[in-house]
Write a protein that binds this ligand. Structure first.
Ligand SMILES: *Cc1c(COP(=O)(O)O)cnc(C)c1O
Length: 379
C-alpha cells in the first residue's frame, strides 16, 4: 500500500464514523466570547480559565522581550527572562529547579523519551493525555495502564516484577473528564514500590491550591516530576518541568527536546513572568471561576446527561454517540453558545461528549444562557 491509498482509506473511515475534525477560523476571541464565520458566540471551549490571555500586564510583558530566542538554550537562546522565569517557578512550587519547554506536548514527550529505557516500565492512568501515552507506546519500555483514578489498580500493577525503573504517570485534573486524581494515594503506592511519580497538572496549575499552585500542592504531595503547562490558566503557551538538581542536569545534558530545539521566545518568557504574578495574586479570579462552576453544576443537575464528578473548570456532558454529540453542539451554536463536541479517539469509544469549560471571564448571565440552551436541547 502506498501513502495515497492509506490516507484515502483513513479519511473515508473517519468521515463514515462522524469523526471528522473541522478546524474553524476564529476571527475574535476574548475568552468570554468568540467570533466564528462572522457570528458571535458565548465561548465555552476555552482553557484560558482565569482569562489571563486578555490581561494588560501579560500583554505588556509580551512586548518587553524579543520575538525569537535565536538558538537553543544550549547555544545562545537562554536569556535573563528565561532564567528569571525558571527561578520564580521553582521557588513558587517548592522545587530546586524548573526547565522550560516550548509546549506541554514537548515536555511530556521529553520526559518519556529520556527516562523510559529498555526493561523500565511506565504505568499510566488509562485516561492520561495523548501526549503521554503516544510517547510511551513508542518507547522500548513496557507501558501498562491502571484503571482511571484507582490507586488499588495501580498497586496491583506495581506488584508485578520489573527489572528496571518504574515511572507512574497521571494528570492532576483530567483534561477530558475534569475530575481530580487521588494524588496522595497514588504517590504513596508509587513510593512504596520504589518508583517515581510524574504528574501532568496542565489543568490544575493556576486554578487550584493555595495561590494557584495546583493539584499537587492542594493534595500535599511533591512528585519527582511535575509538568505544568502555560496554555491553559496562564493564558499564554509553553510548559515547565519541575524537578530536583540532578534530574534537571540530566535533562540539560541528554534531552534532545531541549538541545535540538530553539528556546522559547524571550517575549513569551516575559509574558509568562507577568502571568505568574497574576496567577499568584489571582484569588479573586479563582473565586469568580468557582462561583461560575457552582452556578453551572446547580443548574445542570436536572439535565438528562450525566454530570461528571468534577469540581474543576472542565464540566463535560457525556452523550455517548458521535452523531448525538455533534448535533447537540450544533444546536447550542444556534442558541449562541460555542461548545465543542469531543469524540474518540480523544475519549474512549461510546463516550462522545460536550466539553464545557468555564472561566473567570464568564458572567452569571453567560452561564444562565448556556443552561437555558441545554434545557431546551434536552426537552
Ligand atoms: C493541553 C495539555 C497538554 C499539552 O500542552 P500544550 O502546551 O498545549 O502542548 C498536555 N497535557 C495535558 C493534560 C493537557 O491538557
Amino acid at each position: 500500500m502506498n501513502f495515497s491509498t492509506r490516507m484515502a482509506q483513513a479519511l473515508d473511515a473517519r468521515r463514515a464514523a462522524d469523526g471528522w475534525r473541522l478546524r474553524r477560523l476564529v476571527t475574535r476571541n476574548d475568552t468570554r466570547t468568540l467570533e466564528v464565520d462572522g457570528k458571535m458566540y458565548r465561548h465555552f471551549s476555552s482553557n484560558d480559565y482565569l482569562g489571563l490571555s486578555q490581561h494588560p500586564a501579560v500583554r505588556a510583558g509580551w512586548h518587553q522581550g524579543a520575538p525569537g530566542a535565536g538558538a537553543s538554550g544550549h547555544v545562545t537562546g537562554y536569556s535573563r527572562c528565561h532564567a528569571e522565569l525558571e527561578t520564580a517557578l521553582a521557588s513558587w512550587l517548592g522545587y530546586s529547579r524548573a526547565l522550560l519547554f516550548i509546549s506541554g506536548f514537548a515536555a511530556n514527550q521529553a520526559v518519556v523519551h529520556l527516562l523510559a529505557q529498555k526493561h523500565d516500565r511506565l504505568i499510566a492512568d488509562r485516561l492520561a493525555h495523548a501526549s503521554l501515552l503516544d510517547a510511551a507506546s513508542h518507547m522500548p519500555a513496557t507501558l501498562r495502564r491502571f484503571l482511571h483514578n484507582d490507586a488499588a489498580s495501580l498497586t496491583q500493577r506495581l506488584m508485578m516484577p520489573c527489572d528496571g525503573a518504574t515511572l507512574v504517570i497521571t494528570e492532576g485534573v483530567f483534561s477530558m473528564d475534569g475530575d481530580s486524581a487521588p494524588l496522595a494515594a497514588i504517590a504513596a503506592a508509587t513510593r512504596h514500590a520504589g518508583g517515581w511519580l510524574m504528574v501532568d497538572d496542565a489543568h490544575g496549575i493556576g486554578v487550584t491550591g493555595e495561590q494557584g499552585r495546583g493539584s499537587c500542592w492542594q493534595q500535599g504531595i511533591k512528585p519527582e516530576l511535575l509538568v505544568i503547562t502555560f496554555g491553559k490558566a496562564f493564558g499564554v503557551s509553553g510548559a515547565a518541568l519541575l524537578c530536583d538538581d540532578a534530574t534537571a542536569d540530566y535533562f540539560l545534558q541528554f534531552s534532545r527536546h531541549l538541545i535540538y530545539s530553539t528556546a522559547m521566545p524571550p517575549a513569551q518568557a516575559s509574558a509568562l513572568l507577568a502571568a505568574l504574578h497574576e496567577v499568584q495574586r489571582g484569588d479573586a479570579l479563582r473565586q469568580r471561576l468557582r462561583a461560575n462552576i457552582q452556578r453551572f453544576r446547580a443548574g445542570a443537575a436536572a439535565l438528562p446527561w450525566k454530570l461528571m464528578p468534577s469540581e474543576s473548570a472542565i464540566q463535560p456532558l457525556i452523550v455517548g454517540e458521535n452523531g448525538t454529540a455533534l448535533a447537540l453542539s450544533q444546536r447550542l451554536a444556534q442558541a449562541g453558545c460555542w461548545v465543542s463536541a469531543i469524540r474518540p479517539p480523544t475519549v474512549p469509544p461510546g463516550t462522545a461528549r460536550l466539553r464545557i469549560t468555564l472561566t473567570a471571564a464568564h458572567q452569571a448571565e453567560d452561564i444562565d444562557h448556556l443552561l437555558e440552551a441545554l434545557h431546551d436541547a434536552a426537552g
